[in-house]
Design a protein around this ligand. Structure first.
Ligand code: NCD
Length: 315
């Protein structure tokens, strides 16, 4: 009898959309081992020894790039960071030229962040390496949703039948999109809470409940996930002023009181304190799991790198 297909039989990680629930569970289970490893003294393994990992960032990043670098190094890969600044004229050309150049150096894993939705998938078709999407435009950011899922599973003891409120600038957020897909697939009740100007036009696709009022949207939620107001992606005036935005949509202790008494507060970072989240909430150790999200980020990225490298070796 043939063995069942191994979980995570994927060549690339381009989005949560291509994953099955068993793939998500496989990543999170393996990541649990790395949480333990990362808390110990000897954090190094030889799993990726001999392999070359390139982190190719066309857009700024602090935590995502740093955690992919640490993840690769802890698993023994040779890690190279490349930051590429593009002029708007030469974007498409730069992407494919860079892909061809890097491919000639025989990397095994390429982690890519790009300002255009779909750019990472385009690049993955041009290279032999396994490609990981570290954020493409407003499309997907799969490792962020996976690290959020691990954080939720550890804090809540499960990753199903939870009420999760995703609040704020959903329209510009690849984090929101990947999370809506993942949390929906794992059978949670997903709400989005935002002004109509900050909702994507295709919001109906995701099977989420939409709220235009923070207190109602947060009511009874187990998880309150705040999003950064992404002013760099806004062309017109989506919001009146930061002060007004905080008043209506910013998470403070008063609004949070409507959530479940044991609700956790998440934010992918970087945070705009006093815009989408009050500093008192962000820094409240009883509620905020924002630091833990960063910790889980390294473990989840180690798991993803290992699973993709393994799938590559199996052919
Ligand atoms: C997010 C991103 O870049 O999409 N940040 C991150 O990866 N931690 C969210 C954001 O920029 O607001």
């Amino acid at each position: 009898m043939a063995d069942a297909a191994p979980a995570f039989a994927h060549r690339h990680l381009l989005g949560i959309e291509q994953l099955a629930p068993a793939d998500v569970t496989a990543v999170l289970d393996l990541a649990e081992d790395y949480v333990a490893l990362n808390r110990g003294r000897d954090k190094k393994r030889a799993t990726l020894r001999g392999l070359t990992q390139i982190n190719l960032f066309f857009e700024n990043s602090t935590r995502t790039q740093a955690s992919f670098e640490i993840a690769g190094k802890r698993l023994g890969a040779d890690v190279m960071n490349m930051s590429v600044r593009t002029s708007s004229m030469s974007k498409g050309e730069t992407l494919l030229d860079t892909a061809a150049t890097l491919n000639a150096m025989h990397p095994d894993l390429i982690v890519v962040r790009h300002q255009h939705s779909g750019a990472v998938a385009l690049l993955s078709a041009k290279v032999d390496a396994a490609v990981i999407n570290a954020g493409d435009g407003r499309h997907e950011h799969p490792t962020q949703a996976l690290l959020d899922a691990l954080t939720i599973r550890r804090r809540k003891g499960r990753l199903h039948r939870l009420t999760v409120a995703i609040c704020g600038d959903v329209a510009h957020s690849r984090v929101a999109r990947s999370n809506m897909i993942l949390l929906g697939m794992m059978e949670n009740r997903v709400r989005v809470v935002a002004p109509p100007t900050l909702l994507p036009p295709d919001i109906d696709r995701y099977g989420v409940e939409v709220f235009h009022d923070m207190e109602k949207g947060i009511e009874g939620a187990d998880v309150v996930m705040m999003l950064r107001l992404q002013q760099e992606r806004m062309e017109g005036a989506f919001v009146p002023s930061q002060r007004e935005y905080f008043h209506r949509w910013g998470l403070d202790q008063q609004k949070l009181a409507h959530a479940a008494p044991d609700a956790i507060v998440m934010h992918p970072g970087p945070m705009n304190r006093g815009v989408e989240i009050d500093a008192l909430v962000a820094d409240d150790p009883a509620r905020s799991v924002i630091g833990e999200q960063v910790e889980m980020g390294v473990a989840v990225r180690m798991a993803v790198l290992e699973l993709l490298a393994g799938a590559r070796e199996r052919g």
